[in-house]
Design a protein. Structure first.
Length: 125
Protein backbone atom coordinates (compact mmCIF):
# COMPACT_ATOMS: atom_id res chain seq x y z
CA UNK A 1 0.00 0.00 0.00
CA UNK A 2 2.92 2.34 0.70
CA UNK A 3 4.17 2.05 -2.88
CA UNK A 4 0.69 2.63 -4.34
CA UNK A 5 0.17 5.85 -2.37
CA UNK A 6 3.70 7.06 -3.18
CA UNK A 7 3.12 6.45 -6.91
CA UNK A 8 -0.30 8.12 -6.76
CA UNK A 9 1.14 11.24 -5.11
CA UNK A 10 3.87 11.25 -7.77
CA UNK A 11 1.21 11.36 -10.49
CA UNK A 12 -0.56 14.24 -8.74
CA UNK A 13 2.69 16.18 -8.23
CA UNK A 14 3.59 15.75 -11.90
CA UNK A 15 0.16 16.76 -13.18
CA UNK A 16 -0.67 19.65 -10.83
CA UNK A 17 1.94 22.35 -10.27
CA UNK A 18 0.19 23.52 -7.10
CA UNK A 19 1.54 20.41 -5.37
CA UNK A 20 5.11 21.33 -6.18
CA UNK A 21 4.67 24.89 -4.95
CA UNK A 22 4.46 23.77 -1.33
CA UNK A 23 5.73 20.18 -1.53
CA UNK A 24 2.41 19.09 -0.05
CA UNK A 25 2.40 21.47 2.93
CA UNK A 26 -1.00 22.89 2.02
CA UNK A 27 -2.49 19.43 1.41
CA UNK A 28 -3.95 16.83 3.70
CA UNK A 29 -4.38 13.06 3.76
CA UNK A 30 -7.67 11.65 5.08
CA UNK A 31 -8.21 8.01 5.95
CA UNK A 32 -10.18 5.94 8.41
CA UNK A 33 -8.42 2.70 7.49
CA UNK A 34 -6.19 1.07 10.08
CA UNK A 35 -3.32 1.08 7.57
CA UNK A 36 -3.27 4.87 7.14
CA UNK A 37 -0.54 5.65 9.71
CA UNK A 38 1.64 2.88 8.25
CA UNK A 39 1.29 4.23 4.71
CA UNK A 40 2.84 7.54 5.64
CA UNK A 41 5.56 5.96 7.78
CA UNK A 42 6.77 4.09 4.68
CA UNK A 43 8.14 7.31 3.18
CA UNK A 44 8.67 9.95 5.90
CA UNK A 45 10.22 12.47 3.49
CA UNK A 46 7.14 12.37 1.25
CA UNK A 47 4.68 12.77 4.12
CA UNK A 48 6.62 15.15 6.37
CA UNK A 49 4.58 18.18 5.24
CA UNK A 50 1.15 16.54 5.15
CA UNK A 51 -1.54 17.11 7.71
CA UNK A 52 -3.01 13.67 8.30
CA UNK A 53 -6.68 13.36 9.26
CA UNK A 54 -7.06 9.90 10.77
CA UNK A 55 -9.67 7.91 12.64
CA UNK A 56 -6.83 6.00 14.25
CA UNK A 57 -5.47 8.50 16.76
CA UNK A 58 -3.17 6.11 18.61
CA UNK A 59 0.27 7.60 19.20
CA UNK A 60 1.59 4.04 19.50
CA UNK A 61 0.69 3.58 15.83
CA UNK A 62 2.22 6.78 14.49
CA UNK A 63 -0.39 9.48 15.23
CA UNK A 64 1.42 12.79 15.87
CA UNK A 65 -0.83 15.02 18.04
CA UNK A 66 0.95 18.30 17.22
CA UNK A 67 0.41 17.79 13.49
CA UNK A 68 -2.29 15.21 12.86
CA UNK A 69 -6.04 15.61 13.30
CA UNK A 70 -8.33 12.99 14.78
CA UNK A 71 -11.56 12.33 12.87
CA UNK A 72 -14.45 10.58 14.52
CA UNK A 73 -15.76 7.60 12.60
CA UNK A 74 -19.49 7.89 12.01
CA UNK A 75 -21.78 5.10 10.89
CA UNK A 76 -24.92 6.81 9.62
CA UNK A 77 -28.16 5.29 8.43
CA UNK A 78 -27.95 4.14 4.82
CA UNK A 79 -31.68 4.42 4.17
CA UNK A 80 -31.89 8.18 4.72
CA UNK A 81 -29.18 9.64 2.46
CA UNK A 82 -30.11 13.03 0.95
CA UNK A 83 -30.58 12.99 -2.81
CA UNK A 84 -29.55 16.58 -3.46
CA UNK A 85 -26.20 18.24 -3.00
CA UNK A 86 -25.78 21.59 -1.31
CA UNK A 87 -22.56 22.29 -3.24
CA UNK A 88 -21.84 23.33 -6.80
CA UNK A 89 -23.85 21.80 -9.66
CA UNK A 90 -22.17 18.61 -10.98
CA UNK A 91 -20.98 20.26 -14.21
CA UNK A 92 -19.13 22.86 -12.15
CA UNK A 93 -17.13 20.45 -9.95
CA UNK A 94 -13.76 18.80 -10.27
CA UNK A 95 -13.36 15.26 -8.98
CA UNK A 96 -10.40 13.55 -7.36
CA UNK A 97 -10.99 10.07 -5.97
CA UNK A 98 -8.74 7.28 -4.77
CA UNK A 99 -10.01 3.85 -3.78
CA UNK A 100 -8.05 1.04 -2.20
CA UNK A 101 -8.84 -2.25 -0.60
CA UNK A 102 -11.67 -4.59 -1.40
CA UNK A 103 -14.99 -3.59 -2.84
CA UNK A 104 -17.33 -3.11 0.11
CA UNK A 105 -20.83 -2.35 -1.08
CA UNK A 106 -22.02 -0.70 -4.27
CA UNK A 107 -20.64 2.85 -4.07
CA UNK A 108 -17.35 2.30 -5.91
CA UNK A 109 -19.01 0.38 -8.75
CA UNK A 110 -21.68 3.07 -9.14
CA UNK A 111 -19.09 5.88 -9.22
CA UNK A 112 -17.16 4.09 -11.95
CA UNK A 113 -20.39 3.77 -13.96
CA UNK A 114 -21.02 7.51 -13.60
CA UNK A 115 -17.44 8.52 -14.39
CA UNK A 116 -16.65 6.09 -17.22
CA UNK A 117 -17.42 8.71 -19.90
CA UNK A 118 -15.17 11.37 -18.36
CA UNK A 119 -12.22 11.84 -20.68
CA UNK A 120 -10.03 13.39 -17.98
CA UNK A 121 -10.34 10.44 -15.60
CA UNK A 122 -7.56 7.91 -15.10
CA UNK A 123 -8.57 4.45 -13.90
CA UNK A 124 -6.06 2.00 -12.45
CA UNK A 125 -6.68 -1.30 -10.79
Amino acid sequence: MQAIVKDYIGVIAERYSCWNRSNGADHFFVSCHDWAPLVSLGNPNLFKNFIRVLCNANTSEGFIPIRDVSMTEINGPVDNIPTSSSGQPPYNRSILAFFSGGKHGFVRERLFQLWVTKTTMIFKS
